[in-house]
Design a protein. Structure first.
Length: 201
């Protein structure tokens, strides 16, 4: 039987106020301003140890960070499954900016903790390749960004406008790793189906 919730360890160490989703009853831990990463890590560890008894799974965002280290070790200790989204932190360019730190981190404990994750969630084939370049044994799951819009909802939205033009918004930097080839493929399919559309970048 499932417990209460899935914990998203994303900005757990970032100073600031509790995010909006805290108002729906989820336990949220926010890092303290003016406090070292070490002390915030200790605060996070204590909070996780107290909270993970009511958590079914943990989704950790980022790899080359102390909150990944703390959250993944806490999950192993408490026997709670976790998945990881690197968000570019295993990109060769990103690693090259922290070459010594990344080398020591990944070879000392980083790879071990990644191997213990139930899966590494990525958004592109390219990012999956980056993960495999760190460790071929890592299990990756490609989850493409986006949402499914029910057909009825889509028709209602388009019929409520003055025209029937399909409007598409691309909100990211112009980069292959941001899925531009897939966008162009999708636009080609839309064009071939003779659907009028506008692309807003």
């Amino acid at each position: 039987m499932y417990k209460r919730q899935i914990l998203y360890s994303y900005s757990a160490l970032m100073p600031g106020g509790a995010p909006e989703y805290a108002s729906v009853g989820l336990g949220v831990h926010v890092g303290k301003s003016g406090v070292s990463n070490l002390r915030n890590s200790l605060y996070l560890w204590r909070w996780l140890r107290a909270s993970l008894t009511d958590i079914d799974a943990v989704h950790i965002h980022g790899v080359l960070s102390h909150h990944f280290l703390v959250a993944s070790i806490a999950c192993l200790v408490m026997k709670v499954p976790y998945t990881v989204s690197p968000h570019g932190s295993l990109d060769p360019w990103f690693i090259s900016q922290r070459r010594t730190k990344a080398f020591l981190y990944l070879n000392s404990i980083g790879r071990f903790l990644l191997r213990r994750a139930d899966s590494i969630m990525v958004t592109t084939d390219m990012e999956a390749g980056y993960v495999k370049s760190v460790d071929e044994s890592l299990v990756t799951e490609i989850v493409f960004p986006g949402v499914d819009i029910p057909d009825d909802n889509q028709k209602t939205r388009r019929n409520s406008r003055r025209d029937s033009v399909l409007r598409i918004v691309y909100m990211s930097r112009l980069s292959v790793k941001k899925g531009l080839p897939r966008l162009l493929q999708a636009l080609a399919i839309i064009r071939d189906n003779q659907i009028e559309f506008e692309l807003h970048v």
